[in-house]
Ligand binder design. Structure first.
Ligand SMILES: Nc1ncnc2c1ncn2[C@@H]1O[C@H](COP(=O)(O)OP(=O)(O)OP(=O)(O)O)[C@@H](O)[C@H]1O
Length: 245
């Protein structure tokens, strides 16, 4: 579904991604992890069509990415909610831009807000919400457009452990219901192993892929309690510390 070939991205003279190759199959959930500054967000932005590579190609579903794509849902680090719009208005933004009939917007937004347990906050403004609630609204807005690909940059980094785990479960549940591909950046090894069917470990200077860990236990709601979970976490940690597979 995603085919990245020879991706070269520089900021000035600084090469951030050096001829990176990546293949992501359809309906896969991919975690990207690696040290600070190795180019994780840059890769995500390039996939979202927000930044343009110096050379190389990115194809999604066989089509070259040249700018943003209407079937890609994007959640950036700051959630990107508009402070002057309510929960309902923020969640329906993508559908309004697409000029869907009012009735369809009503049905879709109310369904997604219910699924994310945020419907009772629909008339509130972002400033009146907790971090976890704001995150749900950002997820609702991204999912309302029924994306085939969801890109997320450290989606749960500012949340406490309990809310973080709750939203991780929401995401796994969404993944199975919507049958979409998910690619997310995280600094958190446990999050990568819980949410990633494949875990891409990146290395810096210049940014490239060190290893891809297959996570066969992905999707098990009780994964955290299992030995295999901890074994995969250790494996990812070792790869991040520079040990080879
Ligand atoms: N707009 C920019 N102009 C110049 N350099 C940039 C710009 N954005 C990022 N960089 C540099 O590119 C490199 C990769 O940045 P990027 O944000 O992709 O890394 P990251 O792996 O996501 O980092 P972190 O984990 O800290 O968020 C870093 O060295 C960063 O300083």
């Amino acid at each position: 579904m995603i085919e990245v070939k020879d991706l070269l991205i520089k900021y000035g003279n600084h090469t951030v991604l050096d001829h990176l190759q990546l293949h992501v199959g359809s309906q896969e959930s991919i975690a990207i992890i690696g040290p600070s500054g190795c180019g994780k967000s840059t890769l995500l932005y390039a996939l979202a069509g927000i930044i343009k590579p110096q050379s190389g190609t990115i194809e999604i579903n066989g089509e070259a990415v040249n700018g943003t794509r209407k079937e890609t849902g994007v959640i950036l680090q700051s959630y990107g909610l508009l402070p002057w719009k309510t929960v309902w208005e923020n969640a329906s933004l993508g559908l309004q831009i697409r000029k869907l009939p009012k009735k369809d917007i009503q049905t879709k937004v109310s369904k997604i807000l219910k699924q994310l347990h945020i419907i009772d906050q629909k008339n509130k403004y972002p400033v009146q919400l907790s971090g976890g609630q704001q995150q749900r609204v950002a997820i609702a807005r991204a999912l309302a457009i029924e994306p085939d690909l969801l890109l997320m940059d450290e989606p749960f980094s500012s949340l406490d452990a309990i809310v973080r785990e709750e939203l991780q479960h929401v995401l796994v549940d969404t993944y199975y219901r919507k049958k979409l591909s998910i690619l997310f950046v995280t600094h958190n090894i446990e999050e990568a192993v819980f949410l990633g069917q494949k875990i891409i470990v990146m290395q810096p200077n210049p940014g490239s892929i060190r290893a891809i860990v297959e996570n066969e236990h992905f999707g098990d709601p009780d994964l955290r309690k299992k030995k295999s979970f901890h074994e995969t976490c250790v494996k990812v940690r070792q790869l991040m510390e520079g040990q080879t597979e």
